[in-house]
Write a protein that binds this ligand. Sequence first.
Ligand code: GLN
Length: 197
Amino acid sequence: MPTIGIFALQGDVREHARALEAAGCGAVPVRRPAELAAVDGLVLPGGESTTILKLARTFELLDPLRERIADGLPVYGSCAGMILLADRVDSGGSPLAETIGGLDIAVRRNAFGRQVDSFEEDVAVDGVDGGPVRAVFIRAPWVQELGPAARALGTTRAGQVVAVRQGALLATSFHPEMTGDGRVHAYFCRMVTETAR
Ligand code: GLN
């Protein structure tokens, strides 16, 4: 059984762990480089991307994580996690000094605007069977620009790209850990199982 780490610097770690375990993967918190080195996959939860970035720098996790991503570590980023995985952050939103990177996309932070800081919508996600998932958006980013290496897996009714995949990297603008529907985590658990094999 592969073990998936959950970046436990900020965000809803427990909900991600529950969903991953229900999907048949192990789940452990990651706060130290040695813990990062031991996992087969990693979840970057939502939260505040600037804060997570700062903590990751303090805990000396940034470069080790970049190295593992370059080596093919499967990583799933949700919301702030999507921002951290993006190679570029669109300057129309609040820019970030740097990101972890790996996904050939530009994201726009807080893209849906203040009047709809939080909303839900059903989104069909390519590769997730059984109908659309209930997508919970909380001050969420969207994918402003998709590089040739990245593939859109899901879009809103209005046409914004909110789920992407590029090789071993998966990201969603929304928070599937909050709905009790474990299918996105099951999809990621399958990605990790295939890579770990
Ligand atoms: N707005 C946050 C950011 O820009 C992301 C919000 C979330 O993860 N729910 O980092």
